[in-house]
Ligand binder design. Sequence first.
Ligand code: HEC
Ligand code: HEC
Length: 276
Amino acid sequence: MDRRKAFKIAAGAVAAGGAGLFTLTTAFKPEIKFENTPQKIDFKQDENNWKYSGLDPFVTAELAYKYYSEGSCMFATVKSVISQLAEIIGEPYKSFPIHLFKYGHGGVGGYGSVCGTLNGAAALIGLLITDKSVQDKMIADIFRWYEKEPLPAFNPNTQAYNYVPVKSISNSVLCHASNTNWCKTAGLKVDSKERKERCRRMTADVSMKLATSLNEIFTNTYLTNIQSDETVNTCVTCHGNEGKVNNTAVKMSCNSCHSESVAHRVFADIHYKVMD
Ligand code: HEC
Ligand code: HEC
């Protein structure tokens, strides 16, 4: 019998009256051995033509807010940083093809997948930092922060649209989910001016966070994993690279898509215990 089928039958058994079983649920939970405390990255940049110069996070946010109207979220994020570096450093930033990043709007060409401002932040990290493991940590930190932080928080000097958006916790890095979640909180439509203002301010928030992260990494004061997600940590104990049910490659907030089934809650750790 395959394991999925076993799970379904197990769920049936519970439904049929095994209420007492609930007490067993965490009896065999494996030791969680994931490193969740903030870690200092010992960063040494190797040779790279794309030099960095410290940027004022608030100025960066204002620029992102301003450029939003030229090409939306991803473009504005990239331009907020590149335009400043072009002024301070000159080439190769002066001829950098910023227009390329218009594609990221609406979760990549309006497809509703990864949020454009996050995509832009990740692209800049990819440009400026050559070490892939450092890139991954910095990207995960910004993405996790975006999932958990009540946003938008940015308050522009000059408002593009006279409206202060309510904050919501997106719990997802996906444009579609993040936007819909906010629309429900605000009681507004996705095609409203208010929703666009929300995204415009989110773009400023993410650009500010990015500039702060870049300043920290290049001055060797960066700490990873400031914001941890306990649910993800629990799930990947069993389902991640080092778990026995090593069948996922994901760091996104699990409960934005998965709600735990009764069968899983009751039997996952017992099952896990007896697995090879
Ligand atoms: C104690 C270890 C353990 C933990 C912690 C755990 N799982 Fe599982 N999970 C299992 C086992 C064992 C199976 C069954 C594996 C199989 O069928 O191959 C399973 C199956 C699943 C499945 C497929 C079957 C189903 O029920 O839909 C999903 C999805 C899943 N887990 C998601 C999660 C999520 C999300 C979390 C965190 C909330 C989580 N798991 C935490 C052990 C665990
Ligand atoms: C954006 C939505 C989304 C997020 C976020 C997400 N998952 Fe999934 N996950 C899916 C989908 C869709 C499937 C495939 C479901 C199916 O089998 O039909 C899946 C399948 C799984 C399975 C079953 C794999 C198998 O081999 O059958 C596990 C286990 C799982 N996810 C764990 C996780 C964990 C752990 C996290 C968080 C770290 C997570 N997922 C986050 C959408 C998501």
